[in-house]
Design a protein around this ligand. Sequence first.
Ligand code: SAM
Length: 245
Amino acid sequence: MAMINLKLLKEEAERIGVELDETALNNFDMLAQMLVDWNGRINLTAITDPLGIVYKHFADSLTAFAAVDIPQGASFVDVGTGGGFPGMPLLIARPDLNGVLLDSTKKKLMFVDYCLNKLNLNNQGKTLHMRAEEAGIKLELRNHFDFSISRAVANLRDLSEYCLPLTKVGGTFVALKGAKAQEEIEEAKSAIKILGGEIVDVKQLFLSDMGERNIVVIKKSSPTPPKYPRASAKIAKEPLGMPKK
Ligand code: SAM
């Protein structure tokens, strides 16, 4: 018997504009079981009830597809993936995508690796144990991904400094945000411009049981200047685009 309500997940995904086939639905159910099982051993998430998993982890991760038309075979990096969100749901829903699931916490990535293996997604998805600011200065990762995506990692200004260097020129940075998105956008506007980005859309959705969600879509229209991203201490001390204290 399935652990989560698969009919509900299918309907929620359809509302977002995503068609989930039987393989995808079974994979989501296996992922829910593994999440609850591993969460007893390592702290991955506070959300472990079946309904919460459907709405707050799975459907919320899929909202990216409501805001951006992601081409077949696109590559992405999920910055601060934690227990694999939104990266794993994206790969389950769209096995044509290739994703790097990056996080600075090794033990969470052990869970993600385990799941990618069990779900036979290890050709499409790879974990990377690294800080985003370090990845952004590596030649093989900088300007590399068709899109970058992130949820619940940092404010939009700092997150832009993590994500835009990793995104190709012409590519997209997708930030999954909550009700305070507009405030974050105001605070991040000049940083996004400095980093070569341009906000092209903010898609507002109301997800059952989760309230307001805002998907901020940022196009990378020019290369990020070489001095970004800066080291994490500098990002914290001198927020980009803000007047110096
Ligand atoms: N994105 C997941 C989600 O929505 O469930 C996890 C969110 S969790 C609150 C934040 C994660 O971001 C943590 O796993 C943390 O290790 C990671 N993180 C924070 N700053 C980071 C950075 N600069 N580089 C890489 N990972 C980072």
